[in-house]
Design a binder for this molecule. Structure first.
Ligand SMILES: [Zn+2]
Length: 129
């Protein structure tokens, strides 16, 4: 007897809709900001840094006050991500939901900026270089 597995196909639109729903519910439930990056997003986006972060549990509940946490959760779940200094090069990085970017204009992301010592509170998975 031969068995065949049928894996239901899901359209890209359906995947996008599910991610949107997940993020909406994440914000509504004030879920913790936790991310595991794909391998292509592990290195710091700044040139000549070399630090490799594979995952972050931001531990926002242990930082700032209520109004700051509300802004940070909004930036994480509904915006483009959280901005913090790289633990290696100390330059600002946008730690996004899917990727990381360099940040050189803090005015545009003011509600997303974490304290300078964020890495003392957050749990950061570093990969040795
Ligand atoms: Zn860096």
């Amino acid at each position: 007897m031969k068995f065949t597995a049928t894996i239901p196909s899901v359209s890209p639109e359906e995947v996008e809709d599910r991610i949107k729903a997940y993020r909406r519910l994440g914000f509504e439930n004030r879920s913790p900001a936790v991310i595991v990056y794909p391998a292509t997003q592990h290195p710091c986006p700044w040139p000549d840094c070399g630090i490799i972060i594979t995952a972050i549990d931001f531990q926002l509940s242990k930082m700032g006050d209520d109004s700051q946490r509300e802004k940070w959760l909004g930036a994480w779940w509904q915006g483009s991500g959280l901005v913090a200094r790289c633990p290696g090069c100390r330059r600002y990085v946008l730690y996004g939901y899917e990727d990381k970017h360099t940040v050189d204009n803090l005015a545009r992301v003011a509600d997303a900026v974490l304290p300078d010592d964020w890495e003392k509170t957050a749990r950061i998975a570093l990969r040795p270089t």
